[in-house]
Write a protein that binds this ligand. Structure first.
Ligand SMILES: C[S@@+](CC[C@H](N)C(=O)[O-])C[C@H]1O[C@@H](n2cnc3c(N)ncnc32)[C@H](O)[C@@H]1O
Length: 265
């Protein structure tokens, strides 16, 4: 994910030094072994050092978003790196440390409508903090897989599962867009249509997943330009729209609502 995207959609960047000055830092992301990320059967494990770093530099938050029943470790104004120089942040841009409006809407919808996931398999693509995957587990999904290309997101998800007394689900950190997938009952994507190229790739790949496996696809989005102008729009069905809490509005460029869409090509 390029820095310009981060800056572009984070009004919030004007207040948070880390976010404001975050650079294209993929090359700064340490090797998985160095940062304490290990995978056995797809589940992330944290070494004490990495756990300490994440706990020290995030705050447990359950307010200001649409799902107060889910606690999350997020970057808040009380965290050191809110003001600290971004250069001192040793990993890639911490997108996982924000609970984005699209993910909030999806999670709210899943918690309020557990039948959507109950006893089914759910893939949360671009899962970030993991809230939507956690909502799926809480609502009775039989199998949940989170996918995010940022390995630190995988570690944050372990902490967030613990916070919510949810058994950690597998997380895969390779890019699976355009790959052949197993049959998932449902794919959920929160705030993933923020970049034209990514939106195009997702569109083609999701259509293939639906045609091949009959997968259901739900997309959460607050109305980002790349989403509203994309030709996927003609194949979307509005499921529900949520008014966003004030603090989420302030942190997200004034977006006042977030909508869950069903993609039905
Ligand atoms: C805007 S955040 C949304 C996070 C979460 N879904 C939410 O709504 O809070 C986008 C996330 O997608 C991840 N991402 C970007 N490109 C990806 C890709 N090709 N495959 C999987 N994850 C990706 C980023 O690392 C980031 O965590």
């Amino acid at each position: 994910m390029a820095f310009c995207c981060w800056k572009w959609f984070m009004h919030f960047g004007s207040r948070c030094s880390l976010i404001r000055t975050a650079r294209s830092s993929i090359r700064r992301t340490p090797l998985l072994g160095r940062c304490g990320y290990h995978r056995t059967s797809g589940t992330c494990f944290l070494n004490p050092e990495m756990r300490g770093f994440l706990e020290e530099n995030t705050e447990v938050s359950s307010s200001g978003h649409l799902t107060p029943e889910i606690q999350l470790r997020l970057l808040t104004p009380r965290c050191r790196f809110w003001e600290e120089k971004a250069d001192l942040w040793p990993y890639g841009d911490p997108f996982w440390a924000i609970y984005w409006p699209g993910g909030q809407a999806l999670s709210r919808y899943i918690l309020d409508n557990p039948d959507v996931v109950r006893k089914g398999s759910v893939l949360d693509l671009g899962s970030g903090c993991g809230a939507t995957a956690i909502a799926a587990v809480m609502s009775g999904a039989s199998q949940v897989l989170a996918n995010d290309i940022d390995p630190i997101a995988g570690m944050a998800m372990v902490l967030n599962c613990e916070l919510n007394n949810v058994t950690p689900f597998p997380v895969i950190t390779k890019n699976i867009i355009d790959t052949e997938l197993d049959n998932w009952d449902l794919i959920v994507l929160g705030d993933m249509f923020y970049d034209d190229q990514l939106a195009n790739s997702l569109h083609h790949w999701l259509r293939k997943c639906i045609k091949t496996h009959g997968t259901e696809v739900l997309i959460g989005d607050p109305g980002r330009p790349q989403f509203l102008s994309h030709n996927i729009q003609s194949q979307l069905h509005k499921v529900v729209e949520y008014s966003l809490p004030e603090s989420t509005r302030q942190e997200n460029n004034g977006y006042s609502s977030s909508t869950v869409w069903r993609y039905q090509p």
